[in-house]
Design a protein around this ligand. Structure first.
Ligand SMILES: [Zn+2]
Length: 323
């Protein structure tokens, strides 16, 4: 979960809160959550050769696997299965994988968490982070197909491509634990535990200055997506991503209007790491945001393909800038 900043008004937050809550009560949702994985709700992703080698069908398969694990909020048995899946996939792609274990002080007490970092081969010391959270929100029967699943699937497919080649920047694929608040609402400091931990560790180790950019993806599964420019983000990096998308023909999806969202990029922005956030936080998504309608049938493989196409196309742009 994330909210618009107070500067945009408590009223907006309240409306969002009501929108989410208003759809969260029926207890039968999980059993009536739409088509089974055997009957996808949307047409398949386009062929990988039309989306920069990024295979939307593979990304979708990862989302399917994460959803099949069931609820996987921080500190649960479910998230341990999600971790095993993500790490197993990354190793099968030849990525160097680092597990970052830590403990977080949360409203439910001490919780063991794990960030997962895949480092792709590179000739450069300059790090570019592509990041997502992989924990699902702590709600009964909540699997987070869009919220947590979609972006994790995209990053896994991106890892397959980037770990198989030598890159002119050092891409790190980072899977954050503990993005979601343990409380129903997003109240400081109960959120973004994993990204906060990683930013702090990189600062302590002295590596943070090598991180030239962080591109976060979150809730990138909806059909007919709309990605606005996030106003907390670093303008040059947002421009780089959005102009790349426009060049690829996605100018209507990567829209030039603005919004303001708190997410895993904030701890990095607070430490002066250029960061941006690709997120669809629009009204159709609000109908299944943080309730048990966030199921696999909400994830459109074509949107995963578009997101992945844009991400893979940002690599040469960042190489030009930081080689
Ligand atoms: Zn969430």
């Amino acid at each position: 979960m994330r909210k618009y900043r107070a500067s945009l008004g408590v009223v907006i937050s309240a409306i969002l809160f009501l929108a989410a809550c208003g759809h969260s009560s029926p207890s039968t949702d999980a059993a009536q959550s739409g088509p089974s994985p055997q009957a996808p709700a949307f047409p398949p992703a386009p062929p990988a050769e039309t989306t920069g080698g990024f295979d939307g069908a593979r990304a979708y398969k990862h989302v399917e696997q994460l959803v099949a694990i069931g609820p996987h909020s921080a500190g649960t048995e479910g998230i341990r299965r999600a971790q095993a899946y993500i790490i197993g996939q990354l190793k099968s792609f030849g990525c160097a994988v680092e597990e970052q274990d830590f403990h977080a002080d949360t409203p439910i007490g001490d919780v063991a968490m794990k960030n997962i970092v895949a480092k792709a081969p590179s000739t450069s010391p300059n790090i570019v982070i592509y990041a997502s959270h992989y924990d699902s929100k702590r709600l009964d029967n909540f699997v987070g197909a869009n919220d947590g699943g979609s972006s994790t699937g995209v990053l896994l497919e991106l890892a397959r491509l980037l770990c198989a080649r030598k890159n002119g920047v050092a891409p790190w694929l980072v899977f954050f634990d503990g993005e979601e608040a343990f409380n129903f609402n997003w109240v400081d400091p109960d959120h973004t535990y994993g990204s906060g931990e990683m930013a702090a560790r990189l600062s302590l180790s002295g590596e943070l200055h090598r991180v030239k950019a962080l591109i976060l993806v979150d809730m990138v599964g909806p059909t007919n997506p709309l990605f606005r420019r996030e106003s907390n983000s670093t303008p040059w990096l947002t421009e780089l991503v959005w102009s790349t998308a426009a060049r690829l023909g996605y100018g209507k999806i990567f829209d030039n209007s603005m919004n303001a969202i708190e997410d895993d990029h904030i701890p990095f922005l607070q430490r002066d790491v250029p960061s941006t956030d690709i997120i669809d936080f629009e009204s159709p998504v609000m109908e299944y945001w943080h309730n048990n309608k966030d199921t696999l049938d909400k994830v459109d493989p074509r949107t995963l393909a578009i997101t992945g196409h844009v991400l893979i196309a940002t690599v040469p742009e960042l190489e030009k800038k930081f080689k």
